[in-house]
Write a protein that binds this ligand. Structure first.
Ligand code: SF4
Length: 283
């Protein structure tokens, strides 16, 4: 069962009181096409090139909500880029659930980027978040050599602990991730990096969390998103310990004072603020 919001024009993308939702048994390429839409008053526009995911991380509902991986038609992407550029947009952000898995026939993500680089008037191409296991040497080489592809990679790590990564069903370990980051830094001048880190995953011990803190300090991420475990698959207690861990991680980025999401995050059952019980027991 697929759920897809249908929109026929940019105007329809404004928040509607009752969104129109299509329920289908299969999901076609056309289902995720929102043509010729850029941010108002911006030189940047988004193009969704891919949808769905086959990875099945244990915390994630996307494979159920968005279905299997599928890629938008290459010529359709190029046509939309040309229309956006003609409309005044100068930068394209390639988006999708798992953009690194883009493929149409012989064209992969790098091939698509090469064709987009040939669009006259398009000055910058940016990749949104990309899974670490889909970053190829060819992509790093392209990013290093291209005058249009922005040197920025947002690569979700999620946890700095192998046991937690395994429980999350993430298809890499910390060493592989670290090696990838070092290779990317060596290959791409002035590379910008970002990541996602999650705290409070079931079974995360104090030691496991320390591993995440350690990797956050060690790797040169100028930006990272720190998130409590999403409360979507099962209701999870938002305990004092998880809150403390999130605060510690946020502090690594010196971001705590400007993190409204953290400050607004309610504690369950009236559990009060720190002092947090220090314990090596899991969440
Ligand atoms: S790779 Fe991303 S979209 Fe796919 S299941 Fe994992 S978290 Fe969800």
């Amino acid at each position: 069962m697929g759920l897809t919001v249908i929109s026929s024009s940019p105007q329809a993308l404004k928040k509607q009181p009752n969104p129109e939702v299509l329920h289908t048994r299969t999901i076609d390429r056309e289902d995720f096409t929102l043509p010729e839409y850029g941010e108002p008053d911006s030189t940047r526009a988004l193009i969704k090139i891919q949808d769905g995911c086959d990875v099945m991380c244990s915390f994630c509902l996307i494979p159920f909500a968005r279905g299997h991986e599928r890629s938008r038609l290459r010529d359709d992407v190029i046509r939309e880029a040309e229309i956006l550029v003609a409309g005044g947009y100068r930068e394209i952000v390639l988006t999708g659930v798992n953009v690194g898995q883009y493929r149409q026939d012989e064209t992969d993500l790098v091939g698509l980027i090469a064709q987009l680089e040939a669009v006259e008037g398009l000055e910058r191409i940016r990749i949104s978040s990309i899974e670490p296991t889909t970053i190829t040497n060819a992509l790093l080489d392209r990013m290093a050599a291209s005058s249009k592809l922005c040197p920025y990679l947002h690569i979700p790590l999620q946890s700095g602990d192998d046991t937690v990564l395994s429980a999350m069903n993430r298809p890499y370990d910390v060493e592989e991730f670290t090696r990838l980051i070092r290779k990317a830094i060596a290959a791409i001048p002035r590379l910008g990096l970002g990541t996602d880190l999650m705290v409070g995953f079931p079974g995360e011990t104090e030691e496991a969390f320390e591993h995440t803190l350690g990797i956050a300090r060690e790797l040169p991420f100028p930006t990272f998103m720190s998130l409590p475990i999403p409360n979507v698959l099962v209701p999870l207690p938002r305990s004092c310990r998880t809150r403390c861990r999130l605060r510690s991680l946020v502090n690594v980025q010196d971001y705590s004072r400007s993190c409204p999401a953290l400050n607004a995050w309610p504690l369950q059952n009236g559990i009060s603020d720190p002092p947090c019980p220090s314990s090596s027991s899991p969440e």
